[in-house]
Design a binder for this molecule. Structure first.
Ligand code: P6P
Length: 348
């Protein structure tokens, strides 16, 4: 494509800011504060992207030597990403409380003029960060709640709301390109960062996930500790059945955001079940499962614990975990059926 035409093409794309302003009138957070909060998140995403693209050149590999609240070794990039999001949200003034995978307690945010933002942001600053050193895609996941009516002081209790109360959710996948995908309950849209102009451009309008897909994502190294129904389901997905498009392919990157994003676009099922090592599953409800469940449902998919809707879990801890079956609607339903009938022989 000729450079001037390419430039014209870029001009034809809508920026994230233009899209947010356009959408502002379509939902009841139209004061502009919510739009500014989304802008703050996108600024942090650009800064994390900047760090990511220098990883390997500047010494941001490796770990901090600290163990985070999850009992996991904290990567240097985890902390950098956490700091970028906290700084952007603090400066933006629309957020009153942050919950982060990288911080054991909720972080109250007071703005300079002590006016308080009215939004709560829960986030996994950099999911899958152990993959950075081997150049595998990683991601940020965020979830947005409104401070409950009449609550003056934002506390952890203000954040512990079921996923159905989210007013926004999204993720950024730092992969072959950097893409920000989010929903405010009006469908799902994706924006690709054009580094030459420093803007996220609308590249995936109105994402709808296929009702079924040809791949599933699970760490089969844990197979022996899976529930009987899940073992049967996996064997069923591996059976030859040309008419039903089986066997399916396995695609498991070890980075939830990357697996989720591919399955969202192409159709597929991601599973992180209860295992011996993680009896409640490994993924965190508030800043991994809930935001991606909101996106999955808004795109026509589903998200389950294996027997109940993730968005309806009433949380009692910031870092609590949940089993996750998420992605294409028919595939999540099939997983639930196998788990429900795990003692029956008809789906042996
Ligand atoms: P395992 C990364 O640590 C993460 O939270 C997800 O991004 C990823 O899908 C999963 O854990 C990988 O866990 O136990 O299969 O290595």
């Amino acid at each position: 494509m000729q450079p001037d035409l390419l430039r014209e093409e870029i001009g034809a794309f809508k920026t994230l800011e233009q899209f947010i302003i356009e959408q502002q009138g379509t939902f009841d957070h139209s004061s502009g504060a919510f739009s500014r909060l989304l802008r703050d998140i996108s600024v942090a995403a650009k800064l994390v992207n900047w760090h990511m693209r220098r990883a390997g050149i500047v010494d941001v590999f490796g770990n901090t030597g600290e163990i985070n609240v999850q009992g996991e070794v904290q990567q240097i990039m985890d902390l950098l990403a956490h700091k970028e999001f906290v700084r952007a949200l603090r400066r933006g003034g629309e957020c009153c409380l942050i919950g982060s995978e990288e911080h054991s307690e909720a972080i109250p945010i007071r703005t300079a003029d002590s006016s308080e933002g009215k939004y709560i942001v829960l986030l996994d600053p950099l999911d899958g960060s152990s993959n950075i050193e081997v150049n595998v895609s990683v991601g940020t996941i965020f979830s947005i709640y409104q401070l409950p009516e009449g609550v003056k002081e934002a506390t952890l209790e203000s954040a512990l709301q079921p996923g159905i109360k989210q007013i926004g959710a999204g993720y950024i996948v730092y992969g072959s390109s950097t893409i920000l995908v989010y929903t405010t309950g009006q469908g799902v849209n994706g924006f690709t960062l054009d580094p030459s102009i420093g803007e996220f451009l609308l590249s995936h309008p109105n994402i709808r996930t296929p009702k079924k897909g040809g791949m599933y994502s699970v760490n089969e190294g844990n197979y022996e500790s899976f529930a009987r129904g899940l073992k049967k389901h996996i064997k069923w997905m591996q059976q030859e059945n040309e008419e039903e498009g089986r066997p399916l392919s396995t695609r498991y990157i070890g980075s939830f955001v990357a697996d989720f994003h591919r399955n969202l676009l192409k159709g597929g099922l991601y599973i992180y079940p209860a295992t011996q090592k993680s009896p409640n599953g490994k993924l965190r409800l508030m800043y991994e499962a809930n935001p991606l469940a909101f996106i999955a449902e808004q795109a026509g998919g589903a998200a389950s614990t294996g027997n109940s809707r993730i968005l309806e879990i009433v949380p009692d801890k910031l870092h609590q975990r949940t089993p996750v079956y998420i992605g294409s609607l028919d595939m999540v339903r099939t997983a639930q059926q196998f788990l429900a009938n795990e003692h029956s022989v008809d789906n042996a």
